[in-house]
Design a binder for this molecule. Sequence first.
Ligand SMILES: Nc1ncnc2c1ncn2[C@@H]1O[C@H](COP(=O)(O)OP(=O)(O)OP(=O)(O)O)[C@@H](O)[C@H]1O
Ligand SMILES: [Mg+2]
Length: 246
Amino acid sequence: MIEFKNVSMKYKTNGAIALDDVNVRIDDGEFVFIVGASGAGKSSFLNVIMGQEKVDSGIVKVGPYSLTTIKRRELPYLRRRLGIVFQDFRLIPKMTVYDNVAFALRVIGLGEKKITKRVRYVLKLVDLASKSDCFPNQLSQGERQRVAIARALVNNPSIIIADEPTGNLDPVLSNDIMSLFDKINALGATVVVVTHDLELVHQFDHRIVTIEEGKIVSDIPARANRNEDVSFASAETETKEESENG
Ligand SMILES: Nc1ncnc2c1ncn2[C@@H]1O[C@H](COP(=O)(O)OP(=O)(O)OP(=O)(O)O)[C@@H](O)[C@H]1O
Ligand SMILES: [Mg+2]
């Protein structure tokens, strides 16, 4: 479970308000989209969950950890429960697909036999078993993101967090990647995906939390969101302009 109670957070370097009295609870096994305009605070929300930013006030709980009191030495244990996926994949160019995925398990000192078993399993899950020996630059964009997802899954984390995971992908690949998150969610992981792409969001039936200027301004549960008008300022403007032009 992830829980924010009256959470506010400012960046110390410039005083930018990133989160402003945020209250939200994400239960185990949920799939939540976080949407909102650029600068709304979406990545900041994820940064807090990952223990990368400390909040100024309020309470944050991620699984058994209270992030307001977590010790620095406990952070690696928190992060092992999280699988993180970024927009720009962040693969290691000089390592094969296999080694990119195996890396996290080597770091924690797992035996090679167990590593092989686990890496093969997750590469099969993302449908990349045949690309094991390729290097990242030999893969398509969608394949690279699937490697990044396999890497996020390899530790068997209970929570998967993705920040604009389809930001560099075309609509068809974006849909494939989101379907893969669906599959991962069906296998039991809690999934939190930040995206700008409302069209994509509406192709799936999941809870949608909208952030605006650091505040949660709407929270629509799954099964009710398909016909709702979920939009934020920039998306609304775009739609208007498009309909005027067309
Ligand atoms: N490292 C940082 N240092 C200082 N201010 C920051 C930092 N990161 C973000 N901010 C500021 O905090 C606010 C929230 O930013 P955040 O990155 O969370 O937005 P976002 O919703 O993820 O936007 P985008 O969709 O563009 O990624 C913005 O005002 C931003 O300028
Ligand atoms: Mg962001």
